[in-house]
Design a protein around this ligand. Structure first.
Ligand SMILES: NC(=O)c1ccc[n+]([C@@H]2O[C@H](COP(=O)([O-])OP(=O)(O)OC[C@H]3O[C@@H](n4cnc5c(N)ncnc54)[C@H](O)[C@@H]3O)[C@@H](O)[C@H]2O)c1
Length: 363
């Protein structure tokens, strides 16, 4: 079992990584005599849910209450969350209850947001079950829901008490979801760790096959990178924004595809290519490094072209309505080289348009 410490201004906590932790982790210190509220993604295999519940029961909690949720971007909203508050109130869950989120990034964001707001805040922990949630969404305390068609518009910074990454939960994950997680793993290498990026290049096939030693190493490295950024800038006043590399373009591509045409990972991968081409123009990123990023995506079988043509101006408009916009100027994360990212404010719409047209062929 691997352990990583996360230190933030609001809270310090630990993340554990290992195979079979839902079944084996010692919950005694946190679950004993507590009221537990499990928020479970209904696509998590029954075996994992049963293992976790059996394990929790061995810590003699006061009561375990569970709610299965249908995790989708459409449901990730205040109306859905409100139904969960009603359920919790009906079950008379008090401020001393412990919320446990078991599922992918949507479940982690929703469980975190409910914990931040129910009775002005209750303790929570996360057991992320998608690769994306294990390397990204469960780390760093960003919680929230979508609002009026925009992603994660309403939310709170609220840290969990513990994150438990059971790598065996990945076995049931559809391949396209594995790829989504790998895109974020690659992003972590691109923004802060050149050596890790080279390691991913060498181990791409093992990662795709979910070879346990490789995937656990990639999860650990990713968490360390994200935890380091979050501990320096918990509330995204500056540095934390580098984690959005590829996401400004990516979110706009997702919205342009009505959140159906592309998976989040596909959109972010396309966004990373656009951000790399922008970096060539304004941060002197070499062609060689752009080719390394594209080749790695191709090697993993991640799409590098659009499915449907998008007009550059429409994409820019969507980026302007993203919450990362700052008085008409769009904030982009660019890289000078693999492993070194920076935040750039870009006013020049012609340049952005040129980059979009250069990056996106479609097939
Ligand atoms: N808070 C953050 O810092 C942060 C960071 C990145 C992404 N996010 C959010 O995370 C969400 C995306 O997360 P995601 O990609 O995990 O999506 P998700 O939660 O929708 O999970 C993807 C799919 O996998 C299913 N699933 C989950 N675990 C499974 C398992 N073990 N076996 C089989 N199927 C399983 C889910 O039901 C869903 O259909 C987005 O809403 C995004 O905004 C948040």
């Amino acid at each position: 079992m691997k352990k990583i410490a996360v230190k933030t201004t609001s809270k310090n906590y630990e993340i554990f990584i290992g195979e079979g932790l839902s079944r084996k982790f010692d919950f005694d210190p946190i679950a004993h005599k507590r009221e537990i509220f499990l928020i479970i993604d209904k696509n998590v295999p029954e075996k994992t849910i049963e293992d976790l519940k059996k394990n929790l029961k061995s810590s003699f909690p006061k009561r375990i209450v569970e709610k299965k949720i249908f995790a989708s971007e459409k449901n990730k909203n205040l109306t859905y969350v409100s139904k969960i508050y009603d359920f919790m109130l009906n079950k008379k869950l008090g401020r001393d209850c412990l919320v446990i989120g078991l599922g992918g990034g949507i479940t982690c964001d929703v469980a975190g947001f409910i914990s931040a707001t129910y009775l002005r805040g209750v303790e929570f922990l996360l057991l992320p079950t998608t690769l994306l949630a294990q390397v990204d969404a469960s780390i760093g305390g960003k919680t929230g829901v979508n609002h009026k068609g925009f992603k994660n518009m309403i939310g709170a910074f609220y840290q969990p008490s513990l994150v438990i990454v059971d790598s065996s939960t990945l076995k049931s994950l559809p391949k396209k979801e594995v790829l989504c997680g790998l895109v974020e793993v690659i992003k972590h290498g691109i923004i802060l760790d050149n050596k890790f990026f080279s390691w991913i290049e060498k181990n791409a096939i093992n990662l795709k096959k979910l070879k346990i030693s490789s995937i656990e190493y990639a999860i650990k490295k990713s968490i360390e990178i994200k935890a380091k950024v979050v501990s320096e800038d918990e509330k995204e006043k500056g540095l934390r924004a580098i984690l959005n590399f590829g996401h400004t373009f990516g979110h706009a591509i997702e919205t342009a595809g009505e959140n159906k045409l592309y998976t989040h990972g596909e959109a972010v991968a396309l966004g990373m290519l656009a951000a790399s081409n922008l970096s060539e123009n304004i941060s002197d990123l070499s062609n060689l490094e752009i080719a390394r990023i594209k080749n790695l995506l191709v090697k993993l079988g991640i799409r590098t072209s659009l499915k449907k043509k998008i007009d550059a101006n429409s994409l820019i408009k969507l980026m302007e309505s993203d919450k990362k916009k700052d008085k008409g100027i769009i904030n982009f994360i660019t890289i000078e080289k693999i492993g070194r990212a920076k935040i750039q404010k870009v006013k020049d719409k012609k340049l952005i348009s040129k980059v979009i047209n250069k990056t996106f062929s479609y097939s």
